[in-house]
Design a protein. Sequence first.
Length: 216
Amino acid sequence: MTGVNMLFEETKLTCVATNSHRLAWRELPIESGVSGAFIVPSTSLHELSKLMQNTTGMIKIFATDRYIVFKTNSTTLYSRLIEGNYPNVAGLFAKNARTMITVNTKQLLKGVDRACLFASEWKNNNVHMEIKDGLKLKITSNSSEIGKIEETQPINKLAGETDLSISLDGSFLIDALKAIKEEEIKISFGGTMRPILMEPVGNNSYMHLISPVRSY
């Protein structure tokens, strides 16, 4: 989908975006005079983020049925809205995972980044993850032209089944991990072909779903 669903309530703003292969959910505390849900084109929000990089202070947001306006003391951005209703994504966040692991965020990011050097683009940058001995996370990728890379990382905490093997798009993993500033991340697995759920430990205002890919 090409838009971000922005749901305004009295004390919080919830943003959801998906491209059918991955989904990001973010909640922020705000003082809101706006109520309702608005689908804002992602291109407009990319431009807004660039404009706001050197801006301090409050951002005021105004919305109508067709337009939304973001305003600071020095900048105003107008954007049209995408018509229609955004899909209800609440049911996508599974509450009963088969396996949950906690790992170091930066360490996992570096490991996936290294694995992507060997991942073949025609295989969707496949990175394979597997639990070994109930204590370690094995990360592998291979390319018929370059070779194979493999490393293991410690699992800080594990709950549920230890039999886990899944392939994911490495570039999607990197994007999600770069957005997480917390030291540790919890990853929940529902099965080999079920989306994984990534959450920062100690911060329940951000979640990221990534669908697996077939490894052949």
